[in-house]
Design a protein around this ligand. Structure first.
Ligand SMILES: *Cc1c(COP(=O)(O)O)cnc(C)c1O
Length: 339
């Protein structure tokens, strides 16, 4: 099957599997795993932070960051469309006991003035605001500009708040901006990024921040059952992700642009070019096709979540130009034959 549903479907590369087979490991709960240490040092270096922690998933990274940087009853400022709010099972309420001040993003950004207004003053009735959460690249496909990140970070500092970045696709953002990831993360206190999406590792994310923050988060990770033993097996794949796979994300972005242009030529398909910053193509079809997903599946192609004429298509390491040409050919056939 050719799988366009998400970049989470990427399988570990041959190089990763070799590295995993040969990884030197130890008990990482005792902090004895040299491969994980190497990975955590590299992730900290690449994000310009003092320290980092290997976690099981992006969700765990985000939720640990909230858990470590808030008190029960606090309010945190989050985008209405953010992954933290919509796709993490309400974990912030369950684990950290915080509530949300929600702001609708425009082009992936919560309007600055609305963030400013959302910060609570001191009043006997109010919860404390403690954290602002940003997402870059945003799930809508947009990359946030650096000057926006800087403005929000300055605002947070003036108000004694922390900023957490959900950077599941941080390296897609830095690839799009053609800068080092640390140029983005210098405007946040903590960041989570995924090794398991476009970077093709089988499992894992990194949480990065100050040494003190990471040591607190290490305890939080244990509390959540995320303390892992000979996890250097996964760390070895993560090292390949950081050293090699970060350098090839531009290929996915170029493929996405190619796919977008080919699809946009088909009558009845409209590409949302405003959201074409990274590896994901968002399209709208002129009419609602009831069996589109099934049709593709019968022809060996997986596309996900076609909802009300909208569809997201993801390019990644396991997708080639030929795969894209095939997808486009089936789209043409489907629409022309009016199936
Ligand atoms: C995928 C994703 C996450 C969480 O990753 P998991 O590893 O699936 O828990 C968080 N934020 C964003 C924006 C994502 O796309």
């Amino acid at each position: 099957m050719i799988d366009f549903r998400s970049d989470t479907v990427t399988r570990p590369t041959k190089e990763m599997r070799n590295a995993m087979a040969n990884a030197i490991v130890g008990d990482d709960v005792y902090q004895d795993d040299p491969t994980i240490k190497e990975l955590e040092d590299l992730a900290a270096k690449m994000t310009g932070k003092e320290a980092s922690l290997f976690v099981t998933s992006g969700t765990m990274g985000n939720q640990l960051s909230i858990y470590t940087q808030t008190q029960r009853g606090d309010e945190i400022i989050v985008g209405k469309s953010a992954h933290i709010k919509n796709y993490e099972v309400g974990a912030s309420a369950v684990i950290s006991g915080v509530s949300y001040h929600l702001i609708q993003e425009i082009d992936g950004m919560m309007p600055f003035e609305k963030i400013k207004k959302g910060i609570r003053g001191i009043d006997v009735h109010f919860p404390d605001t403690s954290l602002i959460c940003l997402e870059n690249a945003h799930g809508s496909g947009k990359v946030l500009p650096l000057d926006y990140m800087e403005k929000v970070y300055n605002l947070a500092q003036e108000n004694n708040l922390k900023v957490h970045l959900d950077g599941a696709r941080l390296f897609n953002a830095s690839t799009h901006l053609n800068i080092d990831a640390k140029e983005i993360t210098k405007y946040v206190d903590s960041v989570t990024f995924c090794l398991s999406k476009g970077l093709a590792s089988p499992i894992g994310s990194m949480l990065c921040g100050t040494r003190e923050f990471i040591e607190k988060s290490r305890r939080g990770r244990k509390l959540l059952g995320g303390g892992m033993r000979q996890v250097g097996i996964l760390g070895a794949a993560g090292l390949v992700s950081l050293r090699e796979m970060t350098k090839r994300l531009h290929v996915d972005h170029e493929n996405a642009k190619y796919l977008a242009d080919e699809l946009n030529k088909i009558e009845g398909i409209e590409v949302d070019y405003n959201r074409l910053d990274i590896n994901m193509v968002f399209i709208r079809t002129a009419i609602d096709y009831p069996n589109l997903v099934e049709y593709f599946e019968e022809n060996g192609i997986l596309i996900g979540g076609y909802k009300g004429r909208y569809l997201r298509i993801a390019c990644h390491n396991d997708i080639s130009r030929e795969d894209i040409d095939l997808l486009v050919a089936y789209f043409k056939k489907y629409i022309e034959e009016g199936i």
